[in-house]
Design a protein around this ligand. Structure first.
Ligand code: 1CP
Length: 399
């Protein structure tokens, strides 16, 4: 595949985020301390989010660049996390190409119909996923607004590439700007919603279609892969410094089904960012070309961790069910890990939570680099001051 060099203004090319704690960890290097961010850090746990969202529907908020950007920045300002995660949803690209979908409060994405058979898939895939490129203006604008503010926090001048800074700052990088992570839903997780027409527990409709009609399944996966791939690419081109593919529901699959019916489509989605590169200088002062780091995460995917790494990613996100040192054996040596505090512990007494955070950090030491996160999203009831305290603890204890 031919390579595309990111523009000189991109935060990675400009040296603003390429040596941040997060981006360094995603390429397997440790910094002054362990970087930390939280899945679902933007959202209902924050009173400033709830205030802003009054009267605006979820997908309208995602497609309003000013609002999406503001919501993305809220947890970065409040918690001093090492990354922003773009405020959007895995169904936003579907909405942008005209699929009838809404997000119902307390429920999740609900579609006008289910796409569970060959006729449904044929109807859905009539839409050319390339249409997303013309429709993704609100996404690119929201990302651009977000990184404009994130870059403002960066000190002027060249960013140091040295690994140590004296002491542990509460700031989110060792001298640059806070990176923004772009994301997309993996083809299977999108298909799980599309086949069912909404949220489900076991994703039966998708699992049935995969075996009942292999041709329709492949068409559905090819289509969702291209749509998610283009969504990721738009975010990176607009300024995101890393990309995370959420295959939240892949844990419903056997390893064999995952490898045969799902992994090729996830690899295809990621091919839309694999060609994006930037030029940098390594610690020895040598000019190097680097790719945009990619993270892959799923829930209940303990059996699949090796295969998920095999899709072609830099870092594997681990849910709370598998300790990081065990996960390290499953993904193989040399792979950075992200995770994996059980979100339930955020509501436990501080001494219990503190011990659990330290245990996650300790187990994460076996990986070449570790990005602290939860094992799944922040529960909406979480006291946000607890999250801030966890960030402080990780920065202090992870040094
Ligand atoms: O009104 C609201 O506040 C709705 C709640 C909400 C939010 C805040 C939804 C509905 N989506 C989001 C934002 C969102 N979705 C983010 C943004 C930022 C952040 O992490 O801080 C991200 C990364 C997602 C991705 C997403 N959406 C995933 C993958 C991650 C995961 O949690 O596993 C999935 C599965 C969805 C679908 C979805 N959207 C919303 C809900 C409640 C759900 C899950 C529904 C279900 O259980 O099936």
């Amino acid at each position: 595949m031919s390579r595309v060099i990111l523009s000189p203004q991109h935060p990675l090319s400009a040296g603003l985020t390429s040596d941040s704690r997060l981006v360094r960890a995603y390429r397997g290097e440790r910094s002054d301390t362990t970087p930390v961010w939280f899945m679902r850090q933007a959202g209902r746990s924050l009173p400033e989010y709830r205030d802003l969202r009054v009267g605006t529907r979820m997908l309208d908020a995602c497609l309003d660049p000013e609002m999406a950007s503001e919501i993305t920045l809220q947890p970065v300002r409040r918690h001093k996390v090492d990354a922003g995660i773009f405020f959007s949803d895995i169904v936003v690209p579907l909405k942008l190409v005209g699929v009838d979908v809404e997000i119902q409060p307390g429920r999740g994405p609900v579609f006008g119909r289910a796409y569970a058979d060959a006729a449904g898939v044929a109807e859905l895939t009539k839409v050319d996923p390339a249409r997303l490129d013309e429709a993704s203006g609100p996404i690119s604008e929201a990302v651009a607004r977000t990184i404009a503010e994130l870059n403002e926090t960066a000190p002027r001048g060249r960013v140091s590439t040295s690994s140590t800074s004296s002491g542990v700052s509460t700031g989110s990088t060792t001298g640059g700007a806070t990176p923004l992570i772009g994301f997309a839903g993996a083809p299977f997780t999108l298909a799980a919603y599309l086949a069912e027409g909404g949220p489900s527990k076991d994703h039966l409709a998708a699992r049935t279609l995969m075996h009942a009609d292999a041709g329709a399944w492949r068409a559905l996966m090819d289509w969702t892969a291209e749509l998610s791939g283009r969504f990721l690419r738009a975010q990176v081109l607009a300024g995101a410094s890393a990309a995370q593919l959420f295959d939240s529901w892949a844990g419903a699959l056997s390893l064999e089904d995952y490898e045969r019916h799902v992994a090729p489509a996830s690899a295809k989605a990621l091919s839309f960012v694999h060609d994006l590169e930037y030029e940098a200088t390594d610690a020895a002062g040598t000019a190097v070309t680097r790719h945009v780091p990619v993270v892959h995460f799923g829930v209940g995917t303990g059996e699949l961790l090796g295969a998920m790494e095999g899709v072609g990613v830099d870092t594997v996100g681990v849910d709370y069910r598998v300790p990081l040192d065990v996960a390290a054996q499953r993904v193989g040596a040399g792979v950075p890990l992200q995770g994996n505090l059980d979100p339930a512990l955020l509501a436990a007494p501080w001494h219990v939570l503190e011990a659990a955070v330290r245990e996650v950090l300790r187990r994460g030491e076996v990986a070449p680099a570790h990005v602290f996160n939860l094992g799944h999203g922040v529960p909406p009831e979480t006291d946000p001051t607890v999250l801030t305290r966890v960030v402080e603890l990780v920065h202090e204890a992870g040094a």
